[in-house]
Design a protein around this ligand. Sequence first.
Ligand code: NAD
Length: 278
Amino acid sequence: MSTVPSIVLNNAVKVPQLGFGVYQIEPDEVRGATELALDAGYRHIDTAAAYANEAGVGQAVRNSGIPRDEIFITTKLRNADQGYESALAAFEDSRRELGVDVIDLYLIHWPYPRHNRFVDSWKALEKLYAEGAVRAIGVSNFLEPHLDRILAEGEIVPAVNQIELHPSFQQADLTRYSAARGIAVEAYSPLGQGEDLNSAVVRRLAETHGVTPAQIILRWHLQLGHIVIPKSVAAERIQENIDVFDFSLSEQEVVLISGLESGLRTSGDPATFDFPQI
Ligand code: NAD
């Protein structure tokens, strides 16, 4: 079974560098998919209140028989629940849905700047952290101005910024900016929701190494130090996506893949994204 290395967050908590994302996995499908991932060796699951599938993730974790402290669980505060008291209440809902006492990483899902409640939400996350209800707190989809406000008005530096990041959309400035402040960069949609798998460069490198395009892209992320959370519901792809620790890319090959930037955003623009249900 693959051994996934850990990234040490800015509060010394360790997170497995490769995890399993469960966005768009239906509630009745998520338990089975998460069980497949745990069987394959994943020990890090990324869900969110907005995915409406936390309960199935929690069931899979309990059914696995794996000690709770060996599995890292992330969930997220949805936009409609932003605000101090509402964030605290939403956290209790997530904790109950997951059926766990402590959540490993709790993120503000989007800055939702039009509402201007993300600093109040952050203060709620700081309280949860101080109480030991979460092992680490962070943000997702935060751009430089949003991070600046958290750093200026909050007490705790976010442990993680989970952002859209894949070869065709790398957010290089934001990645550098986050990392320079001790905020670990977590790549969501690491395969560009599958779009980046068709790149000729990626396909050629896959042939060279005798691996798949998905494995080439995941290897690129890992070698750049990103935390990475690919999603699939297919057993063979779940396995394939974690079998990425027995080959490596040369520095030149990493640079070649980094040359694929094309501005292909697959998710919303955080400056304007304001769906309350997410
Ligand atoms: P992804 O880049 O992981 O791509 C997933 C798609 O790629 C799958 O639906 C499948 O069609 C394909 N795929 C996966 N493995 C493959 C393989 N080995 N071979 C061929 N095709 C393969 O996209 P994603 O699901 O958007 O992102 C992953 C995770 O990131 C999500 O599940 C979620 O946990 C997180 N996420 C977070 C946010 C956020 O706002 N914070 C937004 C989107 C996703």
